[in-house]
Design a protein around this ligand. Sequence first.
Ligand SMILES: [Zn+2]
Length: 156
Amino acid sequence: MKTEIFGFKAPGNTCQDKKCPFHGEINVKKELLKGTVIRKDVNHSATISWFNPHFLPKYERFESRKSKLRVHNPACLDVPVGAAVVVAKTRPLSKTKHHIILGIVGKGKKEMVAEETAQTARQMKSKKSKDEPEEHHTAKEHHSTKEHHATKGESA
Ligand SMILES: [Zn+2]
C-alpha cells in the first residue's frame, strides 16, 4: 500500500480494488493530465474531458476544442460527476482505459457536464427513433413469412 503518489495522499478509506493506485498493485507513470469528470459508470470507470482552446489568427478568436479520455475511478476515491481530477498514465487496464484518477483538485467546469448530459439526452432520443422503424421491419418480416406459408400451401 502506498500513502502518497506525486503529492496525492491516499484517501482515508481503503478498498479491495486491484486496479487502485494506492491499495492495489498498479504502478503509475509521471504523465499527469487534468480534466473534469463528465460521466461515471459501472466497473469503476469514468470519462473525463478538458478544453484545448486553439487560437485562430484570422478571426482573432479562440476555437473550442475538447479532448475526452476514459479513466479508471478507484473504489476508495469514487469521484462524483463534475469534479476536477488529476489522472496518471498506467499500463493498459482494459480495452479503453490506460489512466487512473489520483485525486480531486477542485470543482470542474460546469459547461462540460451540461454538454455531456445534453449529448446523452440526444442519444436517447435517437435510440428511440431507431427502435420504431425496427418494429416496422419485424412486422414486414412477419408478413413475408405469411406469404411464404401461403405459397407453400399452394405448392403442396
Ligand atoms: Zn483504493
